[in-house]
Design a protein around this ligand. Structure first.
Ligand SMILES: Cc1cc2nc3c(=O)[nH]c(=O)nc-3n(C[C@H](O)[C@H](O)[C@H](O)COP(=O)(O)O)c2cc1C
Length: 427
């Protein structure tokens, strides 16, 4: 008789990571339109960008009437106790409750069990899972003891996962997971994973790079089988991550190394149609994907700066459209630069709503200053004005330098070519 496979039960509103190829958490690159596109092309689940516990605590959950999206918003106080009356509201996190229903995993950056639970309570009712980031090597994460720093403080990481499992799972019926990197030796990784899988989590993702490894260094898969086996012994799902280029490849590699599924980051950032199985046509040309991206970004009122950033990743640098996108200052500019005339009307409406394409208060001030500066030299070359202003010396010097009218060069005659602007007109 074969032994029954151990499986930590998946809570009713949670998701099982087994058999899935998913979009990785990516700060900036994993915002709502990127996730919607990944889902459209075939991602089974999507992780949101790492959001720090402190960033979500204090936000207000609202439904955007125009887009139908749920947004967690905060009034910008700029460090003041009372925000000024004209303070702007920032959207910290946004999701589509229909298209991302049971598909979205919220990834949190945290270094404190209590704060993690407090933050999770604000979001857990809307998502399919909460994931803890224990792999980000960036200083903004590790300096607070979060991200990859947690790999060196396993007691703290275990305490965070246990606090979430004990509080969030029963209250919201969703699972908790963790994303780690491999450690220098297999023995170190094994000791860590043994502790993590015993916390009651339902899933673990292993990024097959060590903390000091840079993204361009090839992922190391030598420890993967061992990590997957430890997960299976404990009854939890194991996703592999690192250098997976497509959904088909993810499924193949997962089978080869005994993992339950795979997670894709960089390949999806460049072209989210990497989730499209070869049987359905596989990777699409960038032009097609970019058009879909712009339309999706506008539909959810994505921040323009973020849309531009993503387009700069998706449009190849050697293409003229890349330059056009990076120079664009509005959605209309983006549509013109990418040759998307069918989207221009919608872009115009959104630009108006967002005040895009209009000079900012700072730019307006700069323009005024430039206009004033341009007027100044004209005044100082007017001898009469200088004399009237008491600057007689300068006025005399100016009069001396004046050529007789007959000595001056005649201005050019207006050109008959309407495309050529006349240099000056003869009175
Ligand atoms: C732009 C960008 C942002 C990322 N942000 C996060 C993040 O918020 N949380 C996280 O755990 N990993 C983050 N990562 C790491 C990825 O999730 C992933 O682990 C890594 O890129 C390896 O996968 P890949 O080889 O498919 O790119 C980020 C990676 C990129 C490229």
């Amino acid at each position: 008789m074969t032994e029954a496979v151990k499986k930590v039960p998946i809570p009713a509103k949670g998701v099982d990571y087994r058999g899935k190829v998913v979009l990785a958490p990516m700060v900036r690159s994993g915002e709502l339109p990127s996730r919607l596109l990944a889902l459209k092309y075939g991602a089974d689940l999507v992780w949101g960008p790492e959001t720090i516990d402190r960033a979500i605590i204090g936000t207000t959950r609202t439904v955007n009437e125009q887009t139908g999206c749920i947004e967690w918003c905060r009034i910008q106080s700029h460090g003041l106790k009372e925000p000024p009356p004209d303070a702007k509201t920032s959207v910290i996190y946004a999701m589509d409750p229909v298209k991302e229903d049971r598909k979205l995993v919220f990834q949190m950056g945290t270094a404190d069990p209590e704060r993690a639970v407090q933050a999770a309570r604000l979001i857990a009712g809307d998502v399919a899972g909460i994931d803890v980031n224990a792999g980000c090597p960036k200083p903004f994460s590790t300096s607070g003891g979060m991200g990859a720093a947690l790999l060196r403080t396993p007691d703290k990481l275990v305490a965070i996962l246990e606090a979430l499992v004990q509080n969030i799972t029963p209250e919201y019926d969703i699972g908790i997971s963790v994303k780690i990197r491999i450690l220098e030796t297999a023995a170190e990784t094994e000791a860590l994973v043994r502790r993590l899988v015993a916390t009651g989590i339902t899933g673990l993702t292993v990024h097959c790079r060590t903390t000091p490894m840079r993204p361009r260094e090839r992922a190391i898969r030598g420890q993967l089988r061992m990590v997957a086996e430890l997960c299976h012994e404990a009854g939890i799902a194991c996703l592999m991550n690192g250098d997976v280029e497509s959904k088909d490849e993810g499924l193949r590699l997962a089978a080869e190394f005994g993992a339950d599924g795979a997670m894709i980051a960089t390949a999806a950032e460049t072209n989210p149609s990497c989730f499209r199985p070869a049987a359905d046509g596989g990777l699409l040309p960038w032009r097609e994907v970019v058009g879909e991206y712009v339309e999706t970004a506008m539909a959810v009122h994505n921040k323009f700066g973020n849309t531009k950033y993503l387009l700069a990743q998706m449009v190849p640098g050697k293409e003229a459209a890349h330059k056009a996108v990076t120079a664009a200052r509005s959605y209309v500019g983006v549509c013109e630069g990418l040759g998307l005339p069918h989207l221009t009307d919608r872009a115009r409406v959104l630009d108006e709503l967002r005040g895009l394409g209009q000079p900012s208060a700072k730019q307006k001030k700069q323009q005024q200053q430039q206009q004033q500066a341009a007027r100044r030299p004209a005044q100082s070359t007017n001898a009469t004005a200088l004399a009237a202003g008491g600057q007689m010396g300068q006025a005399r010097a100016l009069s001396k330098n004046k050529k007789a009218l007959s000595d001056r060069q005649q201005p050019a005659a207006p050109t008959s070519d309407p495309d050529k602007t006349p240099v000056a007109s003869v009175a």
